[in-house]
Structures are given as C-alpha cells and as structure tokens.
Ligand binder design. Structure first.
Ligand SMILES: *Cc1c(COP(=O)(O)O)cnc(C)c1O
Length: 495
C-alpha cells in the first residue's frame, strides 16, 4: 500500500516519500508526516535473527513505499558498510544495569551518522525517480555533529553540493576541527557569529525565500535539507530502536511483548521522535524519557504543557543539545492535536511571534508516553565520573545527560522496566569535558594528549575519525554575520 506524506501545516497537499525527501520542508513551512504510521509486519522472532541491514529494510520499506526493493536495498548497503567500525552497526553495551545503545560507530563518531550515511543515497535515488535536472544543494545548520556527519555523507556525491553553517563559538574544538578539515570539492563550511538557533533560523529563511528559489532554478540548483526535519533522516532512525529491542529479545533479556523504556538525550527532538514512531509501529516500548541539559525547554514543556523559548541560551558541555527551538516537536504537536493542521499552525505562529505557546489539557493527556528530565552541568560530570569509577565505561557528555536523567527518573517513579539509553556520541568527540569530569588534573593536557589518555583509561582504541584530524590541514576558514548567510550561499554557488 502506498504511504503518502502531508504537511503539518496543510492537510490538502500530499506527496510521495521520495518527494518529501527531496523537498525536506513543505512549501508552507510545515514538516512532512506520514498519513498514518505503518505497523511492523514482521514477527519479533524473525527480527531477532536479522542483521542491521535486514532490519533497516523491514522498517524503511513501510515508510518509503515508492522505492523499489532494489533501490532501497542498494541505499542500505551503501550506507551501513565498512564506514562503521563494527558489523553490528549499533551495538548495545550493558553497564550498571542499563543498556547503552551505541549510535556512534560511523564515520564521524556521533549518532547523526546513523541517518546521514544513508540520506545522500535516498536523496540521489529520489532525484532520479522524480526526473530532477537541477543540482541539489544541501543547506544545513549544525550545533556540531550534524554538520560533520552531513559533510562526510555528501562529500563528492555527484549531483550534490553541501553548505554547512555552524556557530563559531558554539561547538567543541574537535567538532570544529572535524568540519574545517573536510575534503571534497562540493563542500563548504561557514562559521557564523551567533548561536545554533541563529544559524537554524537563517537557514530556514533562505529555504523560505521564493525569489532566491527562482534564481537558483535558473542557475540549475535547488535546495534540500539534511537537517533532522527531513523524513529521510527520521525514518532511518526508527531502525535502531527496532533493532535494539530485537537484540535484547534474542539475548533473552526481554520476554516477548515485555516493555522496554527508552531514554534519549534530546535537542531537536528527532531521535526521540523516531523512538515514538517505533512504539507506534507496534514495538513494545514503554516510557519515552526525554533528557535535556540546562537548556531545559522540553523538560518544562513536558511538565507544564507550555513551550517557552524566551530564556537565556546556555552554552553547555553537551553542545549538540544546546537548542531552544526543537523543530521536530512540531510533528508531535500535530499528532496530539488530532492531525489538525489549523490548530498546529496557530501554535507555531505563536511560537514564531511570541516565542511561546501552550497546549490544551486534552493534548497534554496524549503525552503520557513521555517523561521529561534534565541534568545540570555538575550532574553531567558527576555521572561521567560515577559510571567510569563503577564500571570502567566512559560516557560522552550527551549520553551522560541521559544517564543522569534515567537514574533520577527511576528513583522518583519506581519504574524499573529494562531500559535502553541512546548513546549519541563517542567520548572521543568531547574529550576535554569527559576527561575533566573524570579528573580535573587532565585540564593541563592538550587535545590530542587527552585523546591518548582516554584510550588508556577506557581501554578502547582511538577511532579513525579522530586519528584522521590529528594532522589534517584547515580547508575552510570563512566566518560571517547572520545577515550575510544568504549572500555567502550565492557566492559559493557562483550566482
Ligand atoms: C544531535 C545530537 C543530539 C540531539 O538529537 P536530536 O535528534 O536533535 O534530539 C544528542 N546528542 C548528540 C551527540 C547529537 O549529535
């Protein structure tokens, strides 16, 4: 059966999956959502024996119904290959009574690789299917990890260019180095004077610029998005929740139908939304625990029903979660509004104009699957040290936010169902914060000394992604003001 997608801001226009992937964002500024969430039609006993790639096919074919079997299998094979340093692709690590789902074994050692290693293939396949003649220009705002993962995914992919904007002073030194050393003739990396929300708002504005779209078309270009609003990113992220459940079932950890809680360190709400979709597909997932850092706009939303971005933006040691506007939340809002685009538009307009909105009590009731929590900076570093001292396992700062929130949630609620924590980055990506948490004495070391020391204390090999940038030359050094973003895009494209 063909699954179509519609915008969260306009119920009348429906598009096929490949078209939704090409467009990224709907023309009315809304996000594409499937008309209904398909039900997983394979038995858990069969899933238990499947590889990551096979699981990916079973899940993704239900969402990308206009892809042929051959096309989809080819995309999956191109994405989940030796770029990952383990055949399991997303292994589970048990430590201190909880299962860390390691989503950081791809090319850039953060969970963005899970989706961004397949998106370029989904996108170029979609372009072919829709007879697109223009070159596709990927425009992305990043709080650190998306940028590098998108650059790595799209570098030298024929028929594409990629432009990444990042907050100049809002990413870790290793994240910045990873981006500015990116190779590939079709890649552009630009720092902006502003924070992530400024970068994201700037990108959204360029996307919405009708005049520019016409000029671009005349020059043989069209934009697409690699941000987590693209369903080509959301759908691949559902896979690892199905996979994790199936592996725990295969190991006998979970009985058939036993509910599994999931904790997700959250920024743009993409990863946790994928877990919510997995639950709605029929995977026995219990609570979805949304973990925030000091930018706890989502925690406040889940506790009060009011979303309010009017607050100070705080730079933390988990920069990929330093976000005040969680774009993907709109998909959940739309759903709890009963798929009512009009109601959703009202709330989103209020967010755009006043920076806040409040949902109704009825909508709030539909959020019972979720719990919110947050961790302060001190709680994050305490959690890294605690888990290391107790088990020898080293968490990155983002995962530590989730890990702390999980402990607090479990204590407070008494909910002791088995739990998976989405482990979204390798500790090697945030080495300084991680090592300082373990022992402040490490602060005296330089970045790469810290890397080597982390390897010693965690008894793990330094990932290739880090080895590569030790000596790599800086290839991108452009820094602009927020107002100059559109101009620099045109310049890069030679327009
Ligand atoms: C992007 C990112 C997150 C947040 O994920 P969302 O899907 O934006 O909620 C958390 N941790 C890390 C390391 C990330 O890169």
């Amino acid at each position: 059966m063909e699954l179509l997608y519609k915008s969260t801001r306009n119920p009348d226009e429906t598009v096929k999956a490949s078209q939704a992937i090409l467009k990224g964002l709907a023309e009315d500024g809304g996000l594409f959502v499937p008309q209904q969430i398909p039900q997983l039609d394979v038995d858990m006993d069969r899933l238990a024996g499947m590889s990551y790639q096979e699981t990916a096919y079973e899940v993704m074919k239900l969402f990308l119904t206009d892809f042929t079997e051959e096309e989809l299998k080819q995309c999956i094979a191109n994405a989940y290959d030796e770029k990952f340093d383990t055949q399991e692709i997303a292994p589970l690590h048990e430590a201190d009574g909880v299962y860390y789902l390691e989503l950081f074994h791809g090319a850039t050692i953060a969970f963005k690789d899970m989706a961004l290693s397949i998106l370029p293939h989904l996108l170029t396949t979609s372009a072919k299917k829709n007879q697109v003649k223009n070159e596709i220009v990927i425009l992305t705002a990043t709080s650190g990890d998306t940028g590098k993962a998108a650059l790595a995914g799209f570098a030298d992919v024929p028929g594409t260019k990629i432009i990444v904007f990042y907050p100049k002073d809002g990413v870790s030194p290793i994240q910045e180095k990873q981006m500015v050393t990116q190779k590939g003739a079709n890649t552009f990396v630009v720092g902006i004077h502003g924070n992530f929300d400024d970068a994201q708002t700037g990108v959204k504005k360029i996307f919405g610029d009708r005049e520019l779209a016409v000029e671009m078309d005349a020059a043989g270009f069209q934009f697409s998005s690699a941000n987590s609003i693209n369903i080509g990113r959301l759908v691949p992220q559902i896979v690892y929740y199905v996979y994790a459940y199936a592996k725990l079932y295969a190991a006998g950890t979970l009985k058939k139908g036993e509910e599994l809680n999931v904790v997700v360190p959250t920024g743009n709400f993409g990863n946790i939304l994928a877990a919510y979709y997995a639950k709605n597909m029929g995977v026995p997932i219990g609570r979805l625990i949304c973990a925030s850092n000091d930018n706890k706009v989502l925690y406040d939303f889940f506790s009060t029903g009011e979303y309010d971005r009017n607050r100070e933006f705080i730079l933390t040691t988990s920069p990929s979660m330093d976000i005040l506007i969680s774009s993907n939340l709109e998909r959940l809002i739309y759903r709890i509004a009963g798929d009512d685009a009009q109601k959703n538009v009202e709330l989103m307009q209020s967010l755009a104009k006043e920076g806040r909105y409040e949902i109704t009590d009825e909508m709030k009731k539909l959020l019972a699957d979720f719990a919110g929590g947050f961790a302060t900076e001190e709680e994050v570093s305490d959690e890294i040290r605690r888990v290391y001292e107790k088990t020898g396992y080293v968490l990155d700062t983002h995962t530590a936010v989730a890990s702390h929130v999980y402990r607090a949630y479990r204590k407070e609620s008494g909910d002791d169902r088995k739990t998976v924590i989405a482990s979204t980055a390798s500790p090697y990506k945030f080495t300084r914060s991680v090592m300082n948490a373990i022992d402040p004495k490490y602060d005296a070391m330089d970045d790469f000394e810290l890397v080597d020391e982390l390897s010693v204390i965690s008894k793990t090999k330094v990932p290739n992604a880090i080895e590569e940038i030790r000596t790599a030359p800086v290839l991108h050094d452009t820094v602009v003001e927020v107002e100059e973003m559109k101009g620099i895009v045109k310049k890069f494209l030679g327009m």
